[in-house]
Design a protein around this ligand. Structure first.
Ligand SMILES: *[C@@H]1O[C@H](CO)[C@@H](O)[C@H](O)[C@H]1NC(C)=O
Ligand SMILES: *[C@@H]1O[C@H](CO)[C@@H](O)[C@H](O)[C@H]1NC(C)=O
Ligand SMILES: *[C@@H]1O[C@H](CO)[C@@H](O)[C@H](O)[C@H]1NC(C)=O
Length: 344
């Protein structure tokens, strides 16, 4: 949950210097079937997403045309110049007794104050000589793949909380699958994005090929491939699911567990995250440049503007695709969009 680059570097057996990173909360903006990256303009999109960041989030956000910092009037993130949008699938509990679904509530990560949403990281893993190039306006990318039937634990992983902390995310104590045991302290889902860029394209048809991992997926090493030579901040999401309330021995074990992602995946290999850059002006570059100086770390970066937790939680956006996606503990008969429950 809380760890630092030095500890993670040591665990990876790399010589990562003791550098700071950004680690901050973004509360829920909206939960709806919208996806401006994969299905722009489509209402409804195939499955439910939970979305955080700038309130200019929209069904269509054309790269280089739609400018989130200019269009947003608030953000759910700690850093008030960050109007990016970050989104992932929602998680549902499917009652083994009657097959109805309840959207799993969330809780705040260690040391942070937030209303749902995620913890967002910008990390310096692939930085060479402490230099990283921040994303350009219009940049977007996806990590993970909803169609995946393969374990990719180093980038997409789950932690059954309460097994000891302080080790790197997506290490061997985590699982690619949703844990098939009861997790009284919750399940943390982690999504790790690539840390290298081709230096040219803001996007690509699969929203992936313009970026690359430096280290066969997962946390980076200070070395980008020659096809993608530019070191970018390594973005990571953490989502805290409050699974402790779903306690019943009969629901877990022997390969069983009662949770399913909004697109029907009950194994968890298809968990994925979408990123759409929207920091104001050169604020992210300034923060990345300040990481090695010690003046910028976690949720207290002195070169960025910080808003109160109250203000970040007050930023909300009404659903544009109006429907019940499972609000405040309600039970719904099927996953929004009607995805069938599948296993890898
Ligand atoms: C979002 O898209 C709709 C429909 O295209 C448009 O009317 C609206 O102005 C957009 N919102 C913002 C904040 O630009
Ligand atoms: C379905 O089962 C869950 C427990 O698994 C229960 O809380 C809920 O009330 C049930 N709903 C109906 C309609 O029976
Ligand atoms: C944030 O950093 C400043 C110095 O840059 C320090 O004075 C302040 O105590 C820090 N706040 C927190 C909450 O760590």
């Amino acid at each position: 949950m809380f760890w630092n680059a030095l500890a993670a570097g040591a665990l990876l057996g790399q010589s990562v210097s003791a550098q700071n990173m950004l680690r901050f909360a973004c509360s829920q903006l909206t939960i709806e079937r919208a996806d401006p990256l994969v299905t722009p303009g489509q209402a409804p999109a195939p499955h439910t997403h939970q979305i955080i960041g700038g309130n200019s989030f929209n069904l269509t956000m054309e790269p280089g045309v739609y400018d989130p910092p200019a269009k947003s009037t608030c953000t759910t993130c700690t850093y008030s110049e960050d109007f990016s949008n970050y989104w992932t699938a929602s998680l549902y509990f499917r009652s083994p007794e009657n097959g109805t679904f309840q959207r799993v509530p969330q809780f705040a990560n260690v040391g942070l104050q937030q209303d749902g949403g995620m913890t967002v990281y910008y990390m310096p893993y692939s930085a060479v000589n402490n230099k990283m190039t921040a994303f350009k306006p219009g940049f977007r990318m996806i990590a993970g793949d909803p169609m995946s039937k393969k374990n990719n634990r180093v980038s997409i992983c789950h932690r059954c909380l309460g097994n000891g902390e302080g080790f790197a995310p997506c290490d061997a104590k985590d699982t690619g699958e949703l844990p098939n045991k009861y997790c009284p302290k919750g399940i943390r889902a982690t999504i790790i994005f690539p840390s290298c860029w081709d230096g040219k394209n803001l996007d690509s048809p699969d929203h992936k090929s313009h970026v690359a991992y430096s280290n066969s997926g997962g946390l980076g090493s200070p070395k980008c491939p020659s096809t993608h030579p530019v070191s970018i901040p390594q973005v990571m999401y953490e989502i805290m699911w409050d699974t402790g309330r779903y306690k019943n021995d009969a629901w877990y074990g022997n390969g069983k567990q009662p949770f399913v992602y909004s697109f029907g995946d009950a194994t968890g290999y298809g968990q994925h995250g979408d990123y759409l850059f929207g920091w104001k002006d050169d604020s992210l570059q300034k923060a990345m440049d300040a990481l090695p100086t010690g003046r910028c770390a976690n949720a207290n970066c002195s070169v960025l503007k910080i808003q109160s937790a109250k203000d970040s939680m007050a930023c909300k956006k009404k659903q544009q695709v109006v429907e019940d996606v499972g609000k405040d503990g309600s039970w719904i008969k099927e996953l929004p969009g009607g995805a069938a429950v599948t296993y890898a």
